[in-house]
Design a binder for this molecule. Structure first.
Ligand code: 15L
Length: 277
């Protein structure tokens, strides 16, 4: 029998998609988040509300799991003190739990761990997996820390982990920047499935965007897990038109400019907003 999988951040935008889609593919999920799960409970799933800062609870939730899909924590830029607990201390609790259980970790890192590299259209190179971190915010810095935590736990304890540098994972790209960074929900689900099924992860990094011709990114470890994104932001080019969201202003407006209009964490969109087809 397959072991259960722990999904943190289950009540967030990506967590909700993963809960529904992985459950539909027969995975038994333990869902957790600091906010209540807003959807009907998918089959084979259970939800427990928990704070990532509570290491004892995180350890208990991870008992007997094969994987921890770590999508929890603060997901937009915030003051340092607000990021510290969930994203730094919480990440430590996730890795300690994985070490104790011999579980793998899939970590939702972010393009913001690299946000101050120049884009190709501004004279920058396309980035490969080993490029230097250049976080654009305390949030991005916490994602760099998360990836390095994975490096440490693989080198020191043999905890396998895959780090997804997620671009903009929404229903559709909404501006020119997202024509480069967009990751479709379907490609995200395929990515997580490939991670779960892969015979070996080691410590790896994936540039998590769809098959976008204007991607900023190049080499990574996708071949190790056999992931090939199938969607392409180009089909939205006409719809996006000339909408440009300024890089620095956008970073300042994390959780605003890139969110679906009219929605926030306090009023999550209905689940059918995330339909895959
Ligand atoms: C992220 O890391 C955020 O979690 C998400 O809200 C978006 O802002 C995304 O990056 C992005 O850069 O579009």
């Amino acid at each position: 029998m397959r072991k259960p999988i722990l999904l943190t951040g289950a009540s967030g935008g990506l967590g909700r998609v993963l809960a529904r889609e992985l459950a539909a593919r027969g995975h038994a999920l333990r869902l957790t988040d600091i906010t209540p799960f807003p959807d009907p409970m998918p089959p084979g799933c259970g939800f427990e509300r928990a704070d990532l800062e509570d290491g004892v609870t995180v350890a208990r939730l991870a008992e007997g799991v094969s994987h921890i899909l770590h999508f929890g924590g603060v997901s937009t830029n915030q003051p340092f003190e607000d990021i510290l607990g969930p994203n730094l201390r919480g990440l430590y609790h996730i890795y300690e739990a994985a070490r104790r259980e011999g579980a793998r970790v899939a970590f939702a890192s972010s393009n913001h761990s690299m946000g101050f590299h120049a884009r190709p259209e501004a004279g920058g190179e396309r980035l490969d997996a080993d490029c230097q971190f250049r976080p654009d915010s305390f949030y991005g810095l916490s994602k760099a820390y998360g990836e390095l935590m994975g490096r440490l736990y693989w080198d020191k304890h043999g905890v396998e982990n895959m780090n997804y540098r997620i671009g903009s994972c929404f229903v559709e790209p909404v501006d020119r920047r997202q024509l480069s960074l967009w990751l479709s929900h379907a490609d995200l689900v395929r990515l997580v499935e490939a991670t779960i099924a892969a015979p070996r992860l080691g410590h790896g990094v994936i540039w998590a965007c769809s098959n976008n011709p204007e991607s900023y990114w190049d080499q990574d470890h996708r071949e190790r897990i056999g992931w090939a994104p199938q969607d392409n932001a180009e089909v939205f080019r006409a719809k996006v038109g000339g909408i440009v969201t300024d890089h620095v202003a956008a970073e300042r407006h994390q959780g605003g400019a890139y969110c679906q209009p009219g929605y926030s964490r306090a009023t999550p969109p209905p689940l059918d907003a995330f339909d895959l087809d």
